[in-house]
Design a protein around this ligand. Structure first.
Ligand code: SAM
Ligand code: SF4
Length: 424
């Protein structure tokens, strides 16, 4: 989401005559688009800012702005912690950014644009995209859920969706511009709605897939409680909708899920997985997991491990819990799992996931899979990197193929993260 936002910010600034610098050390203005979702993302922001402090000391003219979720949530604290930061701008205020920078010299105080705008979707802004094959397209912003651990509703406000016609027009424009794949983005993408057209996310997926039949379509992130049978049926019916669902579970313990306010139990989650697999047996399912949430016991943790085994996730994003000020958990629950225990549990989760990924990937050896080539491999010009519809990375000897081509690859090798093979 932040990459997509940075692409919007680049477009807004370019339209006002600002030019992106290829080399950060030459830039007159440095903008950091920040993430507040976990403590270590915030720490990384702090490390980069500390590094920039030296540059600012040597060059007083350098302008430093912090954008995104950290200032939205920490507000003026960013100024007090980092006195050399010139301005802060929250996720709903990027349209005013160019004007703010242009007026900086006359500004009497350091500007802070942190108003929520419940209608802002940046629809109509054509992002300056980083790549030319696969594009991110935010179709909704904000989140109406209140997961106890999560700061997103505080930083990004209430849910709002981009209208159906607009999304379809934007994917059509991407196809025309040569993109081969689009990922529809939202914090809770499957609660997308177009009230006027009485369409839900299944309707959007169908419409998009029909509008651009030559493109691959992905979406993330789906909330387990909003995965409908209608949505899964659309995926089976439309060949360009990828066989991959990212379905964060966070914990395998119903007690934890209740404390986390996720809106479903372990059993309900497993029922959803069974429903998905009954329609799409070959689907790849990935997830997010949190180790060591408030009051988590060894028994709860074991339930997470057993749920992972029951589902057989392709891959997972795995984190240890960090308290986020302003959240329900920060106000109401004790952060009582010691750090060492959180980290040990996370390590166990990671090891189990790696072993399962290795096995799932190993089972692909000998198969011929469809791959969209994305780029040259980092290791060699004679190799390309691409992805299967299940979102598995494949490195293969390129033959006569180029990034942007869709081709068949015979899989000859696998690690826990990558498949390798030969173009057929
Ligand atoms: N909306 C998505 C959902 O509900 O599944 C997830 C969005 S959240 C930005 C991405 C992931 O960060 C979450 O799924 C969760 O695993 C993790 N996360 C969020 N808050 C966290 C916290 N306080 N500590 C550790 N991990 C956290
Ligand atoms: Fe955060 Fe929950 Fe919303 Fe996901 S659904 S963004 S975890 S509040």
């Amino acid at each position: 989401m932040n990459q997509a936002d940075s692409e919007i910010v680049t477009a807004l600034l370019r339209a006002e005559g600002f030019v992106p610098s290829a080399d950060e050390t030459n830039a007159d203005i440095v903008l950091l688009n920040s993430c507040a979702v976990r403590e270590n993302a915030e720490e990384r922001l702090g490390n980069i800012l500390t590094h920039l402090k030296g540059r600012k000391r040597r060059c007083k003219e350098l302008v430093i702005g912090v954008l995104g979720c950290v200032p939205q949530f920490e507000r003026e604290r960013v100024f007090s912690d980092y006195p050399f930061v010139d301005f802060i701008v929250g996720p709903d205020n990027y349209r005013e950014l160019a004007g703010l920078v242009a007026g900086l010299r006359e500004a009497v105080a350091r500007p802070a644009l942190l108003d929520y705008d419940q209608t802002e979707t940046y629809a109509g802004i054509e992002p300056v995209r980083a790549g030319s094959i696969s594009a991110f397209l935010p179709v909704m912003r904000g989140c109406n859920n209140h997961c106890a651990f999560c700061v997103v509703p505080v930083t990004r406000g209430r849910e709002r969706s981009v209208g159906f016609e607009r999304v379809v027009a934007e994917v059509a424009a991407l196809e025309k511009a040569g993109f081969r794949e689009v990922t529809l983005l939202g914090q809770n993408v499957n609660s997308w709605r177009d009230a006027e057209k009485e369409l839900d996310f299944a309707g959007l997926l169908e419409g998009v897939s029909l509008a651009v039949p030559s493109m691959r379509i992905r979406f993330t992130t789906s909330h387990p409680k909003d995965i409908s049978e209608a949505l899964v049926k659309v995926i089976t019916a439309r060949p360009n909708l990828c066989n991959h669902i990212h379905l964060p579970v966070q914990s395998g313990s119903s007690r934890m899920l209740d404390l986390m306010k996720r809106g479903h139990t372990r059993e309900e989650y497993l029922d959803r997985i069974a429903m998905i697999r009954s329609y799409i047996p070959e689907v790849a399912i990935t997830t997010d997991l949190i180790a060591g949430f408030c009051t988590e016991t060894e028994k709860d943790h074991r339930e997470t491990l057993s749920l992972m085994e029951a589902v057989g996730y392709d891959t997972a994003f795995m984190f240890h819990y960090s308290v986020r000020p302003g959240t329900w958990a920060a106000r109401n629950l004790p952060d009582d799992v010691p750090d060492t225990v959180k980290k040990a549990r996370l390590q166990e989760i990671i090891e189990l996931q790696n072993a399962m990924s290795r096995e799932i990937f190993r089972r692909e050896i000998g198969k011929t899979v469809e791959v969209l080539a994305e780029a040259e491999s980092k290791r060699s010009e004679s190799m390309l990197m691409g992805r299967t519809p299940e979102n598995r990375a494949v490195v293969f000897s390129r033959g006569g193929f180029n990034p942007g081509d869709t081709l068949l690859v015979k899989i000859t090798g696998a690690t826990s993260a990558t498949l390798s093979g030969e173009a057929v």
